[in-house]
Design a protein around this ligand. Structure first.
Ligand code: PLP
Length: 760
């Protein structure tokens, strides 16, 4: 049976509407045409009512079960009879658990081992995170006395967009507002987007290849095996799925690393495996096996592992450096009972890799958990670098034993620790920032996440956030609070008089940005620094927007300075990275230990690229400042422009100009149109720009424009936006370091002229 696309879309739409509960209904066709499927009839799911009346007989709710309202069903049957039609398909949705024919589905569809509804097909539609996913059809096969399953892949089309930054580009272009609407409403997926939100093609290929090789439905790649494990454990901890960790490992890093997550595991011995029946998912038991050779472990203990399938206790098998991992011809069988298989492939020295390679992957068949982990990776940023993904795939497509590498990386000579570039970059950053020491991370967000982990503890969960900072940092701090140690208090830039009163014993850190993204607020660093220092509270400053050329937060009392090196420092849109610099050398050890224990180093290849790009940073930054100033003054004078948000136009609370903290304004200027409507924004944005590119990043050598709030706060209500004083139709210009500013101004001039043209 083939379900017509429109019919399938309607069934999916019902699932999306009912989400997070299950939808159910029928597909109807002509009695005398076996192939005909004409109309969808959504039915009421009465599972919640049954559960409420008799929870013992009906333990499921609408969240994980369905029962079609018999009265609606009867009514439909009567009217169909008159029209010469009949029910051909019974459909229902699976919120967040994937499309499969579950044991319960099967039980309901059978009667004494035969089909309960002969000739009727079952359709199960996956609704993942409220969006339509894949689907399956289940048909009863009378010879086999079982159901034949046909998979129907996801129908979301991929919108092709252009990539900014070449092969390893970190951002896609967003051509029109309609394009953005389609993407944000889940109607299309982006082929290219900002690297944390839409993984680069090389990473997607890597994940797919590895998932197929391991017979897993999902693969999520990270900066290392250890960071893969960190992300999984943090996720399980935060979603209350992990209360008791049972660990089998032989003196590896894990025993040093777990206390930093405040996890105290109970140990067991791999040679004396405990009875599986002792564990219970309801008690929050999770098994973690750190194995030197997972394949051997599975071979030896397959039967024991298999028992966990029924018990539903999550079992994680972690392998730090998977042997022969990059040999593409090796296929693995997914072990029964295994929930997550984590495999790392970080080598700082290897006879196969001239330059180090770093990465890791979580493989799993758990649809919902992997979808949630994917969402978390966007924020927490421990991503696999596209360069490493490509190198891995390239390596694994040849027989590494016999090959001599010929790629662009091969001129690299292995250095003692494989981190010569990282050391050179952090030394340079420290010199510019007047900091004592620094470390590099896989992305700006991963640097932020590390500091949250390090500074926020059970007895110090509070973080004071000053100003409207970068949306992802803001939401990471706001939303991490459920069970982890993070309780954010937000203070406006003009509310610093409240700071000393809120700097209580339980505050683990104060965080702000030197120039806030996107509204270009400039906090009074001196005031915050003095108060935080006096209370002994770590002061964290994200200096990404001002850059080390314009501000040295250490001078104003910052204990930790953060950078997203993805931006100005590289400028080329083909590098992802982050940095943390410390004022006092003694702060380095704990940071280094956390980074080492959880594999959160920048990869050697990314550090190398950053080092190359940084050589002319100071000159480029000068031009960023000048160009941005020219753009800001042009906008401020333009009659079609409403409010302009620019660092120089902001004043700190004491009334002193921002020049006190900044020697330049950086490269961002945001504004709203005088006629501040979506139609007008569309006229501005959708038209042609000849020199400016339409992309969501900043710090790029080429000037970029984006409808900022539509990208970052699309689903927020007007009240939400009002509360943070963020205009819905805010336009952000991320000035570039072009030598000629005239074409940029001309582009803006034409775009603004479009907004004042009368419609015919
Ligand atoms: N900090 C600021 C101020 C940013 O603007 C960004 C990204 O736009 C980040 C941190 C996160 O950096 P990354 O995208 O490299 O993770």
């Amino acid at each position: 049976m083939r379900i017509p696309e429109q019919i399938l879309a309607e069934c999916h739409a019902h699932g999306v509407e009912a989400y997070p509960e299950e939808s159910c209904g029928f597909i109807v066709g002509n009695i005398d045409d076996a192939e005909s499927l004409e109309t969808v009839h959504p039915m009421r799911n009465i599972m919640n009512e049954l559960h409420e009346e008799d929870p013992e007989q009906y333990p499921r709710t609408g969240r994980d079960g369905y029962m079609i309202d018999p009265r609606e069903h009867m009514k439909l049957e009567r009217s169909l009879k008159k029209e010469g039609k009949q029910i051909k398909v019974i459909y229902h949705s699976h919120p967040d658990v994937g499309a499969y024919f579950s044991a319960k589905d099967k039980e309901d569809a059978l009667w004494n081992g035969n089909a309960r509804y002969p000739g009727i097909t079952f359709l199960v539609c996956a609704t993942n995170q409220g969006k339509a996913g894949d689907a399956i059809l289940a048909d009863f096969n009378t010879t086999e006395s079982d159901f034949d399953i046909t998979e129907i892949p996801e129908i979301t089309p991929v919108a092709s967009s252009e990539l900014l930054g070449g092969t390893f580009g970190v951002s896609g272009l967003l051509p029109t507002l309609d394009f953005i609407h389609e993407w944000k409403n889940g109607k299309t997926e982006l082929e290219y987007g900002y690297f944390r939100f839409v993984p680069p093609k090389q990473v997607r290929t890597f994940q797919q290849q590895l998932a197929v090789r391991h017979q897993a439905r999902h693969g999520l790649a990270y900066s290392s095996g250890r960071s893969s494990l960190l992300e999984l454990l943090s996720y399980l901890q935060d979603s209350s799925l992990l209360t008791n960790l049972h660990l089998a490992s032989s003196g590896t890093f894990i025993t040093d690393a777990l206390p930093s997550l405040e996890i105290l595991p109970q140990s067991f011995n791999l040679n004396e495996l405990p009875d599986a029946e002792n564990f219970s998912a309801n008690e929050g038991d999770v098994i973690l096996i750190v194995s030197k050779n997972s394949i051997k472990f599975f071979r030896k203990n397959g039967e024991w592992l298999g028992k966990f399938k029924r018990l539903r206790v999550p079992v994680i098998v972690y392998e730090e450096t998977a042997s022969r991992f990059w040999q593409a011809d090796i296929q693995y069988e997914w072990p029964i009972g295994l929930s997550y298989w984590i495999r790392g492939f970080t080598h700082t020295k290897s006879r196969y890799f001239d330059c180090g390679i770093a990465g890791g992957i979580i493989l799993s068949n758990n649809d919902r958990q992997m979808a949630e982990l994917l969402e978390l990776r966007k924020k927490r940023g421990a991503v696999l670098s596209a360069r490493n993904a490509e190198l891995f795939c390239e390596k694994s497509s040849v027989n590494v034993e016999n090959s001599k590498r010929t790629s662009e990386y091969s001129e690299e000579v292995e250095t003692e620790h494989g981190c010569v570039h990282e050391e050179a970059v952090s030394k340079q950053l420290c010199a510019w920032e007047n900091a004592a020491a620094g470390l590099l991370f896989p992305s700006g967000m991963s640097a932020i996440m590390v500091l949250m982990n390090l500074l926020l503890k059970k007895d110090k969960p509070r973080v004071i956030v000053i100003g409207l900072i970068y949306s992802e940092t803001y939401s990471l701090l706001r939303d991490s609070g459920r069970t982890s140690n993070c309780d954010a208090l937000f203070l406006g830039l003009q509310e610093l008089e409240r700071l000393s009163e809120v700097l209580t014993e339980d505050v683990g850190m104060v965080i702000t940005e030197t120039i806030t993204n996107p509204l270009c607020g400039v906090p009074d660093l001196e005031c915050i620094g003095k108060l935080a220092n006096a209370h002994g509270v770590p002061f964290v400053v994200d200096n990404t927007l001002a850059s080390p050329a314009n501000c040295q937060p250490v001078f104003w009392g910052a204990d930790y300075v953060i950078h997203s090196t993805t931006k100005y420092l590289s400028g080329s849109n083909d590098h992802a990275g982050g940095a943390i610099l410390v004022k006092c050398p003694e702060k380095l050890n704990a940071l280094k230990e956390f980074q080492h224990n959880w594999g959160l180093k920048i990869s050697p290849l990314e550090a190398k690229v950053l080092r190359q790009r940084m050589h002319d940073f100071k000159e480029r930054m000068q031009r960023f400042n000048e160009n941005n100033e020219a753009v800001a003054y042009f906008l401020e004078a333009h009659p079609a422009v409403g409010r302009v948000y620019f660092a120089s136009s902001q004043y700190d609370v004491s009334g002193s100009p921002t020049t006190k903290f900044l020697s330049g304004n950086g490269g961002v200027v945001s504004f709203v149109l005088k006629n501040d409507t979506e139609d007008n924004l569309q006229k501005f944005y959708d038209g042609e720009f000849t020199s400016i590119l339409k992309a969501p990043t900043l710090g790029s050598n080429q000037t970029l424009v984006c409808p900022y709030s539509m990208l970052t706060h699309y689903h927020d209500s007007d009240e939400d936006l009002l509360e943070i004083e963020l205009p819905r139709y805010l336009i952000r210009i991320a000035s570039g370091s072009e030598k000629e500013i005239a074409p940029i101004i001309a582009d803006l001039n034409s775009a603004l002229a479009r907004t004042t043209l009368k419609d015919n």
